[in-house]
Ligand binder design. Structure first.
Ligand SMILES: [Zn+2]
Length: 255
């Protein structure tokens, strides 16, 4: 081994990180080479001076309290350490458990809300199909919103707006009541060309996200919120036109 080969290995040798064969070679070189031998002695010297001369600080009580559960510098009974370790694990386990519970609750309520929306859409489509098959789409036949609105208000615990969208080609033909998701729901019936559109109007339920437009059994369903109500339109009208219509009806006639 020459100086060039020894140079990168000297500090590793000082740290005892060199394998036995290389150690023997470098040791032989260090003993025979004044320069490399001095580098090696300097490293050992620096290390021992660091150990001896650099002051060692213990944390003051205030800092210790702020950092929390540090091991003490004075040896403690191992039982005490085990006890404190156990509490630490219990605490972190409890916190992790809380986080998991909160996450499960958020996911759970989201899923329940989503399920409730999906169920309502499915029930609304079913009601639309049933009414059409039984020729029972209309209970109050009128194109006059001032006739339809009082008829609904008299039969419900809320008073749904009955927008007039005849300018856009959507003619109000009447209304009926449907019993969906455990309550009576105002159902406005509009016509657009040869399409019948049922609009299920409920008071806006707090925090329920609008369900995305979707197709159920070949019928399209589009949802919007506005005017304090939740509006679900169901029809065989194409999804884009239906979504546009339900958006306009939810915003109100003056928008
Ligand atoms: Zn050398």
């Amino acid at each position: 081994m020459n100086c060039h080969e020894a140079a990168p290995l000297i500090s590793a040798f000082a740290d005892g990180e060199i394998d036995r064969v290389q150690s023997r070679d470098i040791k032989t070189h260090l003993e025979g080479c004044p320069d490399c031998g001095k580098k090696h002695r300097d490293i050992l010297d620096l290390r021992s001076r660091l150990r001896a001369e650099v002051p060692y600080f213990t944390a003051p009580p205030a800092l210790r309290a702020r950092i929390g559960d540090l091991p003490r510098t004075t040896p403690t009974r191992s039982a005490d350490r085990v006890e404190r370790g156990r509490w630490r694990w219990l605490l972190s386990g409890a916190l992790a458990g809380c986080a998991a519970t909160v996450l499960a609750w958020i996911v759970g309520t989201s899923v329940l809300t989503w399920r409730a929306n999906e169920d309502f859409v499915a029930q609304a489509v079913q009601a639309h199909v049933r009414a059409a098959l039984n020729n029972h789409l209309i209970e109050v036949a009128s194109s006059d919103q001032h006739t339809v609105k009082p008829w609904l208000s008299a039969r419900l615990d809320y008073s749904p707006p009955v927008p007039d969208l005849s300018r856009d080609g959507f003619t109000l033909t009447g209304a009926r009541l449907e019993y969906l998701a455990g309550r009576s729901v105002a159902t406005l019936v509009y016509r657009y060309r040869d399409h019948t559109i049922d609009v299920f109007v409920r008071p806006e339920s707090s925090g329920a996200p609008p369900s995305a437009p979707r197709t159920v059994r070949g019928f399209n369903a589009a949802h919007a919120t506005g005017s304090g109500m939740s509006w679900l339109a169901v029809s065989d009208l194409n999804p884009e036109a239906l979504a546009g219509f339900v958006g306009r009806i939810a915003r109100g006639p003056d928008q």
